[in-house]
Design a protein around this ligand. Structure first.
Ligand code: SF4
Length: 111
């Protein structure tokens, strides 16, 4: 076996290991971030201002006449599911919101 064949094999092994480890590192980072998230507190000033509720059936219809029964965080464009029926919302970094929640910034998911 020539020296260049051996070097190429070593390079391909390293490349293969990197191809496996980089995506796994991404999963680990995402998991660590998910663990750092805290449930959105209803007393959060922005949550309160937007009328956020953990249960879309509890929305004050008089205060938010635009609300429709089928609207919830899970079908909002700002929501990304995590686990346990919760997910992240782009409006509330560092927190999770309930998939069945709702706030006045609800916007339909595209597509
Ligand atoms: S913006 Fe959408 S995902 Fe975020 S809290 Fe409001 S309804 Fe839920």
């Amino acid at each position: 076996m020539s020296q260049s064949n051996s070097s190429r094999r070593r390079f391909l092994k390293i490349l293969g290991a990197a191809a496996v480890s980089v995506p796994l590192a991404g999963v680990a980072v995402r998991s660590a971030r998910a663990q750092d998230l805290t449930p959105l507190d209803l007393s959060n000033p922005t949550a309160s201002a937007l009328g956020y509720v953990e249960d879309t059936t509890k929305v004050d219809a008089a205060k938010y006449p635009q609300h429709k029964a089928e609207q919830d965080c899970a079908n909002c464009q700002f929501f990304t599911a995590t686990d346990g029926g919760r997910g992240t919302c782009q409006l509330f970094p560092g927190h999770t919101v309930a998939g069945k929640g709702w706030c006045a910034s609800w916007a339909a998911k595209a597509g």
